[in-house]
Design a protein around this ligand. Structure first.
Ligand SMILES: NC(=O)c1ccc[n+]([C@@H]2O[C@H](COP(=O)([O-])OP(=O)(O)OC[C@H]3O[C@@H](n4cnc5c(N)ncnc54)[C@H](OP(=O)(O)O)[C@@H]3O)[C@@H](O)[C@H]2O)c1
Length: 238
């Protein structure tokens, strides 16, 4: 196992999966720059953790902000793209603005950020781009038109990017979890079932990320799909 200390940028580090990934990488002694909109949700108070307030849906600001980050952290070794939102319903229940926000936050912002960091990462001998996709990247589901589209788009993007970057030592991985117990479900009408076999924990995804970043240089882990043992979706009682 590789124990070299590295610098990672994590989007969505204030909550759920992104926060668990940040904690795990910090525990391993890596330096972490965490992006989210709300500083107050950062619960990680550790040396080597640098919170950055940034709304990824403001696409036009991203190239400049990313450049500022790269100037401040020129040794960046990788990015984990975990920021994302969930909205589900039949297509006609979506406003045009909601469609735009979902696609921008879950897909286009990641493309912009990738575009900004790629020239820097290509100068290194080894770097990692890890995207948190979803089971929704693999199969369309009822009430999931826009969410599934955003995750399918991400999967197509990572497959093509992997081809484009392999000769430059930039490893591209997509991690597709089933339901994970996080704040993702706070504003949704459903959630995973209540037994431990019905959901993944954010730490399970953090372990998968750890496996990818610590894997031997020269290996590429292209996709990881992981699911709770027994999938149960329950409606919330409001
Ligand atoms: N939970 C699941 O069952 C599940 C399953 C499969 C895949 N996923 C995916 O996993 C990723 C993380 O979800 P989660 O479960 O960890 O949800 P979460 O606990 O709600 O975390 C979402 C994170 O994204 C950040 N974020 C959202 N919009 C943002 C924006 N415009 N700009 C910057 N940051 C933004 C949030 O920070 P702020 O609100 O502070 O900005 C937060 O840190 C998402 O991409 C989601 O699609 C989740």
């Amino acid at each position: 196992m590789h124990t070299l200390k590295r610098t990672f940028l994590i989007s969505g580090a204030s909550s759920g999966i992104g926060r668990a990934i940040a904690k795990n990488l910090l525990k391993q002694g890596h330096q972490v720059i965490g992006i989210s909109r709300d500083y107050n949700r950062f619960k990680v108070s550790k040396e080597n953790f640098y919170p950055v307030q940034l709304d990824l849906s403001r696409l036009k600001e991203l190239p400049l902000k990313a450049n500022e980050l790269l100037q401040a952290f020129p040794g960046l070794d990788g990015v984990i793209f975990s920021a994302g939102i969930g909205r589900f319903g039949s297509l006609e229940e979506f406003s045009y603005e909601q469609i735009d926000t979902l696609m921008t936050t879950n897909f286009t912002a990641h493309v912009y950020l990738t575009r900004a960091v790629l020239p820097y990462l290509k100068r290194k001998t080894k770097s990692d781009l890890i995207y948190i996709g979803s089971e929704a990247a693999l199969k369309g589901s009822r009430k999931g038109t826009v969410y599934c589209a955003s995750k399918f788009a991400l999967r197509g993007f990572t497959q093509a990017l992997r081809e484009e970057c392999s000769k430059d030592g930039v490893r591209v991985c997509l991690i597709n979890p089933g339901m994970v117990k996080t704040s993702f479900f706070d504003d949704l009408a459903f959630e995973p079932g209540g037994y431990a076999v019905n959901y993944l924990n954010p730490e399970d995804i953090a372990e998968a990320v750890s496996y990818v970043v610590n894997s031997r240089p020269g290996t590429v882990i292209d996709e990881i799909n992981l699911n709770p043992a027994t999938k149960v979706i329950q409606k919330k009682t409001i």
